[in-house]
Design a binder for this molecule. Structure first.
Ligand code: OGA
Ligand code: NI
Length: 360
């Protein structure tokens, strides 16, 4: 199995190059089966009833309330967060303390990277051994139906996995900004995980300690979703849950695209300016014994705007056993998951993804 991880099974096609070539219909390998298309009937809730589409959205959490001194605001925010994690697996955060200027700078810097000439970007082409670098597919299944996106993936933590020479050297501010943004994202995740731990009744340090204290893992995937001439036939990113601990997404200010599963329907997230979209990953779901949900999501594309997003993944140290917290395991609710390290879990997911399953 390891040998099938060494290289891509087919020549890599950059979706951005395809989009810019001026084609009016997309190649077959991006066309999803009818049941998986954005507006397939079983997931058509939003389109059938556009009034509901406006009403329903993921919860919004104000971190100033959560960390402030007003007890009643704090209680309300804690309740809202707890409900968001158990019902939605997703929320947006405002007043999060990360500089809006930095958020805009880092997003526009990455947009600048994707605007570089193809041959410059190709120097950073990735392979399925580590995924680090510039990529256009997940999994090495020959003949697989692909998603309409390119991406850049890099490791940020632990420091020994960080290899700035694999980060773009252009635009010139790139490496510094990645580092500055990464540190801010880690700080934000550290604050959030404390609160999640409290709302689970575990004491504020439980989850962080289960993640390895200061020795957490973290990585960044920058997604680039080019304009698509036939957005109804494909997806920017297929449905998946995030395998890690928690994800902080910096969305595009101008274009929606992320959809969150809610029962049989897909809810489009409308990004609030200067906010982050946060979601629970599989590892927190395990630690919480499924009290908190790791919810499926996907990305749709459109015909008139490119979209850039930065997904920052905050993960447990990869060789620690992750299992449901004792306190959340009872006779009435036995442990729903076996103990497994994140390394083992990731291998399991990647193998499934690689050997014929559509899961990311
Ligand atoms: C991801 C992801 C959503 C988006 O990268 O895992 O879900 O809006 N991204 O790009
Ligand atoms: Ni995701």
């Amino acid at each position: 199995m390891m040998s099938c991880l060494q290289s891509w099974p087919e020549p890599v096609v950059r979706v951005q190059s395809l989009a810019e070539s001026g084609i009016s219909s997309i190649p077959k390998r991006y066309i999803k089966p009818p049941s998986q298309r954005p507006s397939s009937s079983s997931h058509n809730y939003n389109n059938l009833n556009s009034a509901d589409d406006d009403d329903i959205s993921i919860p919004v959490i104000d971190l100033q309330d959560l960390f402030g001194t007003d007890e009643s605001l704090r209680e309300a925010a804690l309740a809202c967060l707890s409900n968001a994690c158990s019902e939605w697996g997703f929320f947006q955060v405002v007043n999060h303390g990360v500089s809006h200027q930095l958020m805009n700078q880092v997003r526009e810097m990455w947009r600048g990277f994707f605007e570089l000439p193809l041959e410059v970007k190709q120097e950073y082409s990735n392979s399925p051994t580590t995924y680090e670098g510039y990529g256009s597919r997940l999994g090495v299944d020959k003949g697989a139906i692909l998603d309409w996106s390119d991406y850049y993936f890099l490791n940020f933590m632990p420091p020994e996995l960080r290899s700035p020479e694999k980060w773009p050297s252009l635009p010139p501010s790139c490496r510094n900004l990645i580092e500055e943004y990464g540190n801010e994202a880690i700080r934000l995740c550290g604050r959030l995980i404390k609160i999640l731990s409290i709302t689970l009744g575990l004491g504020e340090d439980y989850l962080q300690n289960a993640f390895g204290g200061d020795n957490i893992g973290a990585c960044l995937r920058v997604n680039f979703y080019p304009k698509c001439p036939q957005p109804d036939l494909t997806l920017g990113l297929s449905p998946h849950s995030d395998p890690g601990g928690m994800t902080v997404l910096l969305p595009d200010e101008n274009v929606a695209g992320l959809q969150v599963r809610r029962g049989d329907s897909w809810i489009t997230v409308k990004p609030i300016p200067n906010s982050f979209i946060v979601n629970i990953g599989d590892q927190i779901k395990v630690l919480s014994n499924a009290i908190y949900k790791s919810v499926e999501h996907r990305v749709i594309v459109n015909s008139n705007k490119d979209r850039v997003s930065l997904a920052f993944f905050y993960n447990p140290k990869s060789d620690l056993l992750i299992e449901p917290a004792n306190k959340l395991v009872t006779k009435a609710r036995p442990a729903l998951f076996p103990a497994m390290t994140f390394d083992e879990y990731r291998l399991y997911i990647r193998t499934k993804g690689i050997c014929g399953n559509e899961q990311v």
